[in-house]
Design a protein around this ligand. Structure first.
Ligand code: 6MZ
Length: 346
């Protein structure tokens, strides 16, 4: 089996995928058609081509936060949000994903409230589960730009929906432009969700801010996203690195996202290897497969090519990821699936 096929066939676990960053060109085209057919206003014409930040693009992490509004203009009604969700889930499954934790930020639009936003996502996930073999769960996102009342409102909605649909909602997360907002101010909202039973993941160390990284690690999230500026070599401190090594909090690693946003200079100097060698659990993820023109199987392939891992070692990464999924009731099923694949293919 060639390695491209191997990584598509490998049953993979995706734990860091933002819905509106994951829209592929094909999905965006379908959403545009839906807008045209339903007579909905389409404000995306001028910006459609600007959505992708591929290899060599001159834009950086700060610029990247501008492009999400393009996707948002295509997912502002319950119908288009549901369509975007179902098409995106299908794409993850087609790429060999067996478990997906999709994340998205509930927002009010002229056609939908935050409550309707979450309700629509839950319904779309449940509907898709009738024909997909991939298991999907939802993580509710809070944007760091949100005023605190909004963050509290989202945490309350996440808790309400977690109680109503414990088989769909599994966690809460903090994301958005890392230069905006102050982590400590979101702690009450995140703690409330944590106490209610939701798992927590935080975008941590996407930019250099050792004080914030320390505060985040001390909060003991169940996972962190990116984890770039934690080692002293990458703008962290001895203390941030030793704390991560001690706590061994699993890191959702997004190779292409970090390279394309210039958060790291290139694949070779990505902090993946440091985390891997320090035996900190790493989970290969896509972040925004639409924006960064990638796929989960491609990220695995890049990992093998860059860090000289064997296919077996890489398959073990997917196997280990099963331990860190937020839906603990499916861990064994996923683990058995991965073991079975590894047995047959090694
Ligand atoms: C931080 C990110 C992100 O929630 O509307 N998002 N936050 N760092 C990143 N690295 C590149 N990529 C995406 O999806 C889009 C939202 O996800 C967050 C941003 O808040 C963005 O607006 P949803 O589905």
């Amino acid at each position: 089996m060639d390695s491209e096929t191997f990584f598509v066939d490998l049953p993979k676990v995706e734990l860091h995928a933002h819905l509106n960053g994951s829209l592929s060109p094909a999905t965006m085209l379908q959403l545009k058609r839906y807008h045209a057919d339903s007579g909905l206003e389409d404000k995306t014409n001028a910006f459609f081509d600007e959505f992708q930040i591929g290899a060599g693009d001159s834009r950086n992490l700060t610029d990247c936060f501008q492009v999400f509004s393009i996707a948002h203009s295509l997912t502002s009604t319950p119908e288009t949000l549901a369509l975007a969700t179902s098409l995106t889930l299908q794409e993850f499954q087609d790429d060999g994903c067996c478990y997906l934790e999709l994340r998205s930020t509930p927002r009010d639009t002229p056609q939908m409230s935050k409550l309707q936003y979450i309700e629509t996502l839950v319904q779309a996930i449940q509907k898709s589960s009738l024909h997909l073999t991939m298991i999907t769960r939802l993580i509710v996102s809070i944007n760091r730009r949100s005023p605190l009342e909004e963050a509290e409102q989202i945490a309350d909605l996440a808790i309400e929906y977690y109680k109503k649909y414990p088989d769909v909602i599994v966690g809460i997360e903090l994301s958005g432009d890392p230069m905006a907002g102050v982590f400590q101010e979101f702690v009450p909202a995140l703690s409330k969700a944590k106490e209610a039973g939701l798992k927590v993941t935080l975008h941590c160390g996407e930019v250099c801010n050792p004080e914030e990284v320390m505060a985040m690690l001390k909060f003991k999230p169940d996972r962190i996203g990116h984890g770039i500026c934690i080692h002293p070599k990458y703008g962290g401190t001895e203390e941030t690195w030793s704390t991560l090594c001690k706590l061994k909090i699993p890191v959702e690693v997004c190779l292409t996202s970090n390279v394309n946003t210039k958060s790291v200079p290139d694949y070779d100097s990505h902090h993946f290897k440091l985390l891997y060698d320090a035996e900190i659990p790493v989970i290969i993820c896509t972040d925004d497969k639409g924006v960064f023109a990638t796929s989960l199987s491609r990220e695995y392939q890049i990992c093998v090519n860059t860090f000289s891992l064997t296919s077996y070692q890489t398959a073990r990464l997917a196997l280990n990821a099963c331990q860190y999924v937020f839906a603990d009731n499916v861990r064994k099923t996923l683990n058995d699936k991965l073991l079975n694949f590894i047995d047959k293919n090694s």
